[in-house]
Design a protein around this ligand. Structure first.
Ligand SMILES: C[S@@+](CC[C@H](N)C(=O)[O-])C[C@H]1O[C@@H](n2cnc3c(N)ncnc32)[C@H](O)[C@@H]1O
Length: 208
């Protein structure tokens, strides 16, 4: 079976971000996430986005940032991100989010749109976010709740990734895409000390 890395290399992200493929609950979540970011990321901040994909969040917020850095292990996405966001304060780096080759202190670290729920070494990503943004509560994850399963099943099916396996913690599709969802209790176990808020009916925002 294919790994998430191979699935992303096949370009799944761009199809998934086409609103025409998105059930209404997913569209509402993606919009709410952007509204939330506009509230918490303020003028002059230095921000790092782990698993930035093609850089859409940094591109949206770029004008207000002193510096924005996006990190993704898919070099093709990083190339697209460069093409989309040309602001001189935005940087995009091909790297695994568990070993970011940057030694800089950021005001804020984000890992958005359930990206953390597709990453295999979750603790490794949290450790890097803590290193890069050392102040507690300036690190933010947005992840799917268990209530997201029906909408995600429909979305993945439209993307040619019908769900083959469902557990209380993840979905695996026939194309080999693995995506997790979380309960509050599991988030607390994995993240430790954190604040959890609901975002729309299908997601959580975790700050730590
Ligand atoms: C669900 S997509 C979201 C992309 C982007 N944050 C967005 O919202 O448009 C997850 C992204 O994480 C990247 N990714 C997954 N695991 C990674 C890892 N260990 N290190 C770096 N990037 C990773 C994938 O290549 C993909 O672009």
């Amino acid at each position: 079976m294919m790994s998430n890395e191979e699935v992303y290399a096949g370009g799944l992200l761009n199809r998934a971000l086409n609103p025409a493929t998105q059930p209404p609950e997913i569209r509402e979540f993606l919009r709410a996430e952007i509204d939330l970011l506009r509230g918490v990321i303020t003028d002059g901040m230095q921000v790092i986005d782990s698993g930035c994909g093609t850089g859409r969040h940094l591109a949206l917020l770029g004008d207000r940032l002193r510096m924005g850095v996006g990190v993704d292990y898919q070099h093709g996405y990083i190339t697209e991100a460069h093409g989309r966001a040309s602001a001189p304060q935005l940087y995009f780096v091909t790297s695994d989010a568990t070993a970011v080759p940057i030694d800089h202190v950021f005001d804020f670290a984000a890992c958005l749109t359930n990206t953390w729920g597709t990453m295999s070494d979750k603790a490794g990503v949290l450790n890097e976010m803590r290193r890069l943004a050392p102040v507690p509560q300036t690190r933010l994850l947005s992840v799917y709740a268990e209530t997201s399963v029906p909408a995600r099943r429909e979305w993945y099916r439209r993307l040619g990734h019908a769900v083959l396996e469902e557990s209380p913690e993840y979905l695996i599709t026939e194309g080999g895409f693995r995506s997790e969802h979380f309960s509050e209790a599991r988030l607390r176990r994995l993240v430790g000390d954190c604040t959890i808020r609901q975002l729309t009916g299908i997601a959580y925002v975790v700050t730590f």
